[in-house]
Design a protein around this ligand. Structure first.
Ligand code: HGY
Ligand code: MN
Ligand code: MN
Length: 411
């Protein structure tokens, strides 16, 4: 790459990191980065992203699922989608999802006169924090945003479709969000969110598959009572029962190679220090690269909750929030991506993703490839999440080479 091209790439990398920091300032929780599905700060995000997309020569629209989309090209050729998500987990880092959207804009700005169209897309919700179910944005792109998800309600009783209306959009237009027949495929750039690339001292990784995940919401039902007058042997303590089960979840996951199981949410009611908890609601997130192992582990953990509840005179029930099989990225596109990483001068470590991504949804409908950047400290879903500027520059160079290769292939 010529000196000028390298300077351009570094300038675009600096701009991308700066843009992630700007978007980090739009939050529901001052002092932290918390931005859930179509919450008020997303209007500020869309205002900035729209400006950046337009300055890259993209025509911008916001679809009925709240995805912001910028497209450029003749509209006569096939369209390559490049993107990621703009929502965050509570108290997130500044790069999970966001970096993939601003790098998509960067690539669209750097790659001019491509023989294919490019559409950069900032999905409205990947994490699933507000409504407990992830991916409504990318599900809308592939035409699978079903009415049952639109009817789901958040803690305040607001439905997904109300949230869409409150944001100023019309949920009856969801069908128009679907990718047209000219879709060539989808490319997502994302931080690894784990320790692998850093442990190998590599900048970039090429994702071969995204591991499957099962998510549940459990409710342990006991008997609230007085903390001072109720003898220990007469208690039906929902929180003590949930705690025994949570310890069992960790023990089981440690004993099964490659399995991860997490209870990230645990809410006790009535929630007073001098009242025995009568009701506890918890989450359960189970993941493994092998779907059969994941599903049998999830079954064991749920049966374990039942056995603990029976022994303690509690009731327990659960609802399935997500049953997402492992998804392979498109092998041919992944080979082209690995070749582009090499052409840009970097080694292309092939790996799977422990984190879920919009790519696992879009891959149901079109060829999909994912590029990872190193996560310093392996930290993510945390304010200390970071990226290294030279890795962002490497991702831009490899991403531009990949898009150019696809342009040649589909011209
Ligand atoms: O939870 C995940 O796997 C992703 O970060 N949404
Ligand atoms: Mn995430
Ligand atoms: Mn993400």
């Amino acid at each position: 790459m010529t000196g000028r091209a390298t300077d351009l790439m570094m300038e675009a990398a600096v701009q991308a990191v700066e843009r992630c920091r700007v978007l980090a300032g739009f939050t529901e929780e001052p002092g932290f980065i918390t931005r859930t599905f179509l919450s008020a700060p997303m209007h500020d995000v869309h205002r900035c992203v729209r400006q950046w997309m337009e300055s890259a020569g993209l025509q911008v629209r916001i679809d009925a699922a709240g995805n912001i989309r910028g497209r450029k090209g003749s509209r006569k050729s096939g369209c390559l989608y490049i993107g990621s998500h703009l929502d965050t987990v509570p108290r997130a880092g500044a790069y999970d999802g966001i970096l993939g959207v601003v790098l998509g804009i960067g690539i669209a700005g750097l790659k001019v006169n491509l023989p294919i169209d490019i559409e950069v897309i900032g999905f409205s919700e990947e994490e699933g924090v507000r409504f407990g179910v992830p991916f409504p944005g990318s599900l809308a792109l592939i035409g699978e945003l079903q009415n049952d998800l639109l009817a789901r309600r958040d803690a305040a009783g607001i439905s997904v479709q109300d949230a869409i209306r409150n944001f100023g959009l019309d949920p009856s237009g969801i069908a128009a969000a679907v990718a047209k027949e000219d879709a060539l495929g989808y490319f997502e750039v994302h931080i690894e969110q784990g320790p692998v690339l850093e442990s190998l001292d590599l900048r970039l990784g090429v994702v071969e598959s995204i591991i499957g995940q099962s998510r549940f919401q459990l409710t342990f039902q006991g008997q609230a009572n007085h903390a001072g007058t109720t003898p220990m042997h007469l208690r039906h303590d929902a929180l003590a029962g949930a705690a025994e089960w949570i310890a069992a979840v960790e023990r089981e996951a440690r004993m099964t190679e490659g399995l991860v199981a997490t209870v990230g949410q645990c809410n006790a009611a009535p929630g007073a220090g001098n009242v025995i908890a009568g009701t506890v609601q918890t989450s359960l997130d189970v993941r493994h690269s092998n779907d059969r192992i994941r599903q049998s582990a999830a079954d064991r953990l749920l049966q374990c909750a039942k056995q603990i509840a029976e022994r303690r005179g509690l009731a327990v029930n659960w609802i399935t929030r997500l049953e997402q099989p492992s998804v392979a990225m498109n092998p041919a596109w992944t080979d082209v991506l690995a070749g582009s990483v090499h052409a840009a001068g970097f080694s292309a470590h092939r790996m799977h993703s422990g984190a879920g991504h919009d790519a696992m949804i879009v891959a149901r409908r079109m060829p999909t490839a994912m590029l990872f950047l190193r996560s310093p400290g392996g930290i993510s879903h945390h304010p200390d999440e970071s990226v290294r500027l030279e890795d962002v520059e490497a991702a831009l160079a490899a991403g531009c080479a990949f898009v150019a290769k696809l342009g040649e292939q589909y011209a």
